[in-house]
Design a protein around this ligand. Structure first.
Ligand SMILES: Cc1cc2nc3c(=O)[nH]c(=O)nc-3n(C[C@H](O)[C@H](O)[C@H](O)COP(=O)(O)OP(=O)(O)OC[C@H]3O[C@@H](n4cnc5c(N)ncnc54)[C@H](O)[C@@H]3O)c2cc1C
Length: 544
């Protein structure tokens, strides 16, 4: 009898119902380390929904149906709205409902930021694009705090776990979302080159903006932090989409970007012509003010990339556990075990560092934590985000041809994977920021030394890497040329120190051998012989 073509064999079942929180041991352990078990319990329901077949479907559909710009209504009035697919709203309603936006800033809980980081990490595995407005809303609060009255007006709605879409005045909304407008055509990294002009009105603190923004994501959000030039140079402004009297602030959405990935999310080009704005912070202190928002979004870039890695290795390890070739499960083949274990090590290192950084936000009043955050954020943003595309590509290949097909969800992850490294300071910009921190803030290097010092003597490869950083810093010539190498090593030392202290020994050993020692084989799946692969693979493979 021939094969029954109507029934597929040897195709793994979809990875659903594994609970993206509870099935992730590296995450659970990190949360227990930086918070406590009650936070894990609290997030279990989120993990159940995030791993459901329904969430998986909404994630794919929201990306297959990107948002559309509606510049005018049927009569020709300018409305500048963006229409999203219902699956986007489904994802947003839950992400906001779980308090992944600005909720931790108003929380009394001691580990509110770790809880939120773990939740964001686990929830973003449904679909990464809608994380953008959620992140920007989280990140806006530290910048708003420069002005008590503005912070008091906006924070309660930005922190409310209520998704209330649509352009209406703040007073009529149960929850609000924030965005940012820094990048202009002539420059994104160099925001001091901004040309958008702010003209004072007759009311103190109020201005009109005249110019453009080249990338403003989530233009349907309720409020934006925008940079513009006053007489005193670059200044930060608060720009609501709708004014208190219910009229729309003139913000022309000219075009939505046709992006490589992040397709569920809208990223727009704006023209500002008489746009009403309130000054946030002093004139000429715009970069200083908005840097608070940038720093918080950089944390989310790290968490978001770590989340992509986790979803990628979960899919890859699941697939090889259920697919056979050459007489047995792929997951039993030594070379595939090497690939999965290497992916797992990368993912685990990213998770550990992301959660460590979130814990520094919970303890921001501790000088060590504040100094560590100053240097570890650009270190992690550079390193974790930059390693994501190659890691996701390798995970995709574990699914063979199926991984190259949209329905697998892997192309979505792959297209998203370079974004976090570009956004909020591209790789070089973060490496240069590390140099700035090292040059200007001696407490930043001290904090790094204290942190990696906690694992000193535990692994000779880690010890040597720390020494190599100190040697590199003692030579001040051509620092900019060497910035990436230095940043990468310092970040890997932080990861190595965390893994040596807290991860299973085989994970820490594999990491130190290949990321800090001399055993890197030029690509993933090259862990040296003698590495204890099977427990690493078992630990990373989701259980349903
Ligand atoms: C999907 C998406 C959404 C976005 N959303 C927003 C948003 O909501 N709001 C917003 O304001 N912006 C947004 N951006 C813009 C983003 O933040 C910028 O693209 C980014 O900051 C880089 O700026 P740029 O594109 O002007 O590149 P440039 O500044 O021109 O940089 C180009 C390259 O040069 C490198 N470089 C820059 N300076 C140096 C230097 N001194 N030495 C060495 N190398 C250097 C950079 O690392 C980069 O690789 C978004 C971008 C994307 C892709």
């Amino acid at each position: 009898m021939g094969a029954d073509n109507r029934v597929a064999t040897n195709q793994p079942p979809p990875l659903v119902d594994h609970n993206t929180v509870l099935s992730d041991l590296a995450l659970v352990e990190a949360v227990a380390r930086h918070a406590d078990g009650s936070v894990v319990e609290d997030l279990a329901a989120l993990g159940t929904v995030a791993s459901s077949a329904e969430a998986r479907e909404h994630g794919l559909v929201a990306n297959q149906n990107p948002p559309a710009l509606a510049p005018f209504d049927r009569y020709g009035n300018r409305i500048d709205e963006v229409r999203f697919h219902p699956s986007w709203h489904w994802l947003m309603e839950r992400g906001v409902g779980y308090g992944l936006q600005a909720a931790p800033w108003l929380s009394e809980a001691p580990h509110a930021h770790v809880r939120r980081a773990a939740g964001f990490f686990a929830w973003s595995q449904t679909e990464p694009g809608h994380g953008c407005p959620i992140s920007m809303t989280y990140a806006a609060i530290p910048a708003l705090r420069v002005d008590d009255a503005i912070a008091k007006e906006w924070t309660p709605k930005l922190a409310a776990p209520s998704y209330d879409p649509g352009l209406r005045p703040l007073a009529e909304k149960t929850g609000a979302l924030a965005g940012m407008g820094m990048t202009e055509k002539q420059g994104g990294s160099d925001v001091r080159a901004n040309v958008t002009e702010a003209r004072p009105t007759s009311v103190d603190g109020e201005y009109t903006l005249h110019g453009h923004k080249w990338f403003t994501s989530a233009p349907m959000n309720d409020v934006f932090l925008v940079l513009a030039r006053t007489a005193g140079s670059v200044t930060c402004f608060l720009v609501p989409r709708v004014l208190a009297d219910g009229t729309r602030n003139p913000i022309d959405v000219v075009r939505l970007k046709d992006k490589l990935g992040n397709r569920s999310n809208a990223s727009s080009e704006l023209e500002l012509n008489g746009t009403w704005a309130q000054r946030l912070g002093d004139e000429g202190r715009g970069v200083r003010t908005i840097i608070e928002m940038v720093a918080a979004t950089r944390l989310d870039c790290v968490i978001g990339s770590a989340s992509l890695m986790r979803r990628a290795v979960a899919e890859a390890s699941w697939h090889v556990a259920h697919r056979s070739a050459f007489g047995g499960p792929l997951g039993d083949k030594p070379l595939m075990q090497n690939v999965i274990a290497d992916l797992a090590v990368e993912s685990e290192a990213a998770t550990a560092l992301a959660m460590r950084l979130a814990s520094a936000v919970d303890n921001a009043n501790d000088p060590h934590e504040a100094a560590l955050r100053r240097i570890a954020l650009p270190l992690a943003k550079f390193w974790v985000c930059k390693r994501t595309p190659m890691m996701v590509a390798e995970a995709l290949e574990c699914l063979g041809g199926n991984g190259y097909v949209e329905e697998s969800g892997m192309p979505l992850l792959f297209r998203e994977s370079p974004l976090n490294s570009i956004w909020e300071g591209s790789g070089n910009v973060n490496a240069l920021d590390v140099l700035r921190a090292l040059g200007r803030e001696p407490e930043a290097l001290n904090a790094w030394l204290v942190e990696v010092g906690r694992a000193r003597g535990e692994d000779p490869r880690l010890d040597r890497a720390i020494e190599s950083v100190l040697e590199s810093l003692s030579d001040v010539s051509e620092m900019e040329v060497r910035a990436r190498r230095l940043t990468g090593t310092m970040a890997a030392c932080l990861q190595g120190a965390l893994l040596v202290q807290h991860a299973p020994p085989e994970v820490a050993d594999a990491f130190c051998a290949t990321r800090l020692g001399n055993e890197y084989g030029g690509t993933l799946g090259t862990l040296p012989k003698g590495t204890d692969l099977v427990p690493i693979v078992e630990r990373t493979t989701p259980r349903v």
